[in-house]
Write a protein that binds this ligand. Structure first.
Ligand SMILES: Cc1cc2nc3c(=O)[nH]c(=O)nc-3n(C[C@H](O)[C@H](O)[C@H](O)COP(=O)(O)OP(=O)(O)OC[C@H]3O[C@@H](n4cnc5c(N)ncnc54)[C@H](O)[C@@H]3O)c2cc1C
Length: 195
């Protein structure tokens, strides 16, 4: 019995065609940090050797197949704007795929949006940049709100009374995607309206 005939008898949906041998496999289930020698050298050289262990942990987490899949899903399922609810009330709600929220949650909980401001010190920017570099390999789009939130703090600090009001919410490690007034928020992201 040839291969096709054997498949036909063992696979009732006839989905088993042939073994694919001429393309590469998925790059997944690897440590994005541990395998990146230039990055590891740079982190140490630029004063963030203290972050090596937690970067290694982060690199392992974001390199798993399940985690990398979040990037694919967040891009496949585009956000949708709902201007009104079904009763005609204006809500201006943007619905994102859960994968996008999962990526944002990781970014915020790991301080990609503000760790050098809330935990300043030698190498703080280097450690944060390394994590951003790793996470942007999973998905780039969420890097926009994360980067804007990060970048707004030095500008805000030029006006101390505004910084005092907003900075705790900006640098909080809680991702709060609820569409509620800012007073009810446990953490916020910020837009800069540059483009
Ligand atoms: C994928 C992605 C998409 C985005 N899309 C948008 C968008 O559509 N609209 C929008 O408004 N915003 C967008 N943003 C956000 C926007 O890019 C950032 O908010 C903005 O670039 C922040 O500006 P900045 O000047 O504070 O920092 P940066 O633009 O990061 O500039 C900092 C500069 O300082 C340099 N630097 C750092 N350390 C040193 C050092 N020690 N010595 C000398 N130089 C140094 C860096 O090389 C860099 O050139 C996006 C961000 C990302 C990541």
């Amino acid at each position: 019995m040839n291969h096709a005939a054997a498949s036909a008898t063992t696979n009732r949906f006839l989905a088993d065609t042939h073994e694919v041998t001429n393309v590469s496999r998925e790059l997944q289930d690897y440590n994005l940090y541990a395998q990146d020698l230039p990055l590891r050298e740079a982190v140490t050289r630029e004063g963030a050797a203290w972050a090596d262990a937690r970067l290694r942990q982060f690199g392992a987490h974001v390199g798993t197949a399940d985690y990398l899949e979040l990037g694919t899903l967040a891009n496949r399922f585009q956000p949708e704007l709902e201007t009104h609810d079904r009763f005609g009330n204006r809500i201006d709600l943007v619905r994102f795929h859960p994968a996008y929220h999962a990526l944002m949650k990781t970014a915020i909980e790991n301080g990609l949006h503000g760790s050098p401001w809330s935990e300043p010190g030698p190498g703080a920017h280097v450690a944060r940049a390394a994590k951003c570099y790793l996470h942007s390999q999973v998905e780039a789009g969420h890097g926009c709100p994360v980067t804007m939130t990060f970048a707004v703090v030095p500008a805000l600090r030029m006006q101390p009374e505004l910084a005092a009001q907003w900075e705790p919410l900006i640098t909080a490690r809680t991702y709060d995607p609820r569409n509620v007034p800012v007073a009810a928020k446990k953490g916020i992201t910020v837009g800069m309206a540059m483009t």
